[in-house]
Design a protein around this ligand. Sequence first.
Ligand SMILES: *[C@@H]1O[C@H](CO)[C@@H](O)[C@H](O)[C@H]1NC(C)=O
Ligand SMILES: *[C@@H]1O[C@H](CO)[C@@H](O)[C@H](O)[C@H]1NC(C)=O
Ligand SMILES: *[C@@H]1O[C@H](CO)[C@@H](O)[C@H](O)[C@H]1NC(C)=O
Ligand SMILES: *[C@@H]1O[C@H](CO)[C@@H](O)[C@H](O)[C@H]1NC(C)=O
Ligand SMILES: *[C@@H]1O[C@H](CO)[C@@H](O)[C@H](O)[C@H]1NC(C)=O
Ligand SMILES: *[C@@H]1O[C@H](CO)[C@@H](O)[C@H](O)[C@H]1NC(C)=O
Ligand SMILES: *[C@@H]1O[C@H](CO)[C@@H](O)[C@H](O)[C@H]1NC(C)=O
Ligand SMILES: *[C@@H]1O[C@H](CO)[C@@H](O)[C@H](O)[C@H]1NC(C)=O
Length: 425
Amino acid sequence: MAFLTGVGVLSVILGQALAEPGVISPLARACPGYSNNSDVVCINHYASAMPPTFDRPHSSGGVFFPNDTFVGTQIPSDPSWQLVKNATFVVFDERGSQILGPSPKLEHIFASRNDSIHEGPVYVPSLDAIIFSLPHQGIYEQQIIHLNHGSTPRLDNYTTTPPVYAVNGGKLFNGKVYWAVEAGFSFLSPQNGSLVAQRPGIYELDPSTGEVTVLLNNYFGQAFNSPNDLWIDAQGDIWFTDSWYGYAINVTEYPVLRPATYRFRPSTGRVSIVEDSIAQPNGIGMSPDGRTMYISDTGVTDFENYPANGTLPRYTYNPLGGNSLYAFDVLPSPAGSYITSKRPIYLAQTFGDDGFHVAQNGYLLGAEGGGVTVLSAYGEVLLRIEAGFTINNIQFAGPERKDLWLFGEGPISRVTWDLVGMANE
Ligand SMILES: *[C@@H]1O[C@H](CO)[C@@H](O)[C@H](O)[C@H]1NC(C)=O
Ligand SMILES: *[C@@H]1O[C@H](CO)[C@@H](O)[C@H](O)[C@H]1NC(C)=O
Ligand SMILES: *[C@@H]1O[C@H](CO)[C@@H](O)[C@H](O)[C@H]1NC(C)=O
Ligand SMILES: *[C@@H]1O[C@H](CO)[C@@H](O)[C@H](O)[C@H]1NC(C)=O
Ligand SMILES: *[C@@H]1O[C@H](CO)[C@@H](O)[C@H](O)[C@H]1NC(C)=O
Ligand SMILES: *[C@@H]1O[C@H](CO)[C@@H](O)[C@H](O)[C@H]1NC(C)=O
Ligand SMILES: *[C@@H]1O[C@H](CO)[C@@H](O)[C@H](O)[C@H]1NC(C)=O
Ligand SMILES: *[C@@H]1O[C@H](CO)[C@@H](O)[C@H](O)[C@H]1NC(C)=O
């Protein structure tokens, strides 16, 4: 005992280890300008050196744990970490505070149905409404949020003619809505009970009439697996990811095509593969200048080791399965653009990026596990929104496209801040 210093004695008494040189302390602080707002917290230096006793829960047994996140990390020796656990907006970089504006808010607006995820939100300015979907077996209609600018938004069912089963992704282009549709099983129309036959594919909705036309439902006679999300470039070519989630939720057959990303030209009907190396391509989008394409991978959903016992969804969680966001260079050609120079620019910090959108200033937004991650155009993490429930997709809405609506496995929520979305995004 005699040769212990005073601090050493205290450490022994409290059962604590001495801090390692370089450990960042505190890890978190109130953000400059937000000292009264415990919903906003700043992370110091990306918390790059934590006290060595940190412990992040990791998913196991093929099941994803919602606490398998950065903010779920246990760091008992740093009391500032409690600020992070309490906050909605976790800021990593000054550009993160800039997009929050003076009084950011996350509000839960609607309960909607609790027997389905919520997906494919599309803001339709001519209706001042968001049309979104409930991709789940047995749900054959969509829903609509009338924003009623200035008064209370209203939620309604939305059924198209003919009805469409299991929309998963959507975008607006020249006033029409384009849908990536997963279901290949026939179903009974919620309007008149007649049998509707459908194949997975790309569908067009005229929001002024509610009428739907099919644009694409096969690759040389082979049905697609289940188109998941899409993006439409300046020439009107529709880029879509075809992954396996329609089978996962049992709205279509066992997959027969390798997961891939395609470019489809509606004016000629021609469809071309553009990417076939991502395990489960999911969200897709392009930079405002049209020169960079982004595709996210949710290969952490593992269909190989799924136990054939009837439980849905039909995948297990495999943390080694791949969950990077990839960037590509876009090269024009007379046949349509190609993508090249695949490079990972961001490894998801939790689960994987599902819905993906690009803001007007080029920032990238991924619906990722229990929140939304905002990245710079180069994949630097600027901000996390911790929503408290799994987010599947997001949509900028409102006349200025400044409100970000969140859709997933919980309430339908709205973030009010200073980041602006692109038209058609
Ligand atoms: C923060 O709260 C304190 C005490 O309630 C108040 O005096 C101060 O004006 C507030 N500051 C800001 C920037 O709102
Ligand atoms: C994390 O979540 C899992 C399952 O949801 C649970 O078993 C585990 O105890 C949690 N860990 C912590 C540290 O809360
Ligand atoms: C975090 O939230 C809990 C519960 O609301 C509260 O008791 C606690 O004081 C908060 N901690 C900090 C550091 O803000
Ligand atoms: C889901 O919603 C239904 C109908 O609104 C309600 O009866 C049920 O309790 C809810 N289930 C859960 C788990 O919240
Ligand atoms: C929407 O449709 C569901 C299922 O068909 C039905 O139970 C519900 O009452 C409808 N809601 C409205 C507002 O019409
Ligand atoms: C049901 O509605 C569809 C349009 O969605 C129509 O084509 C069909 O003829 C209708 N069937 C009956 C029996 O009314
Ligand atoms: C199916 O298997 C999984 C993983 O072993 C298990 O968690 C689940 O409870 C099983 N479901 C049924 C219905 O047996
Ligand atoms: C999958 O869908 C088919 C056809 O609708 C149905 O017969 C089967 O019971 C469903 N399986 C599960 C696990 O829900």
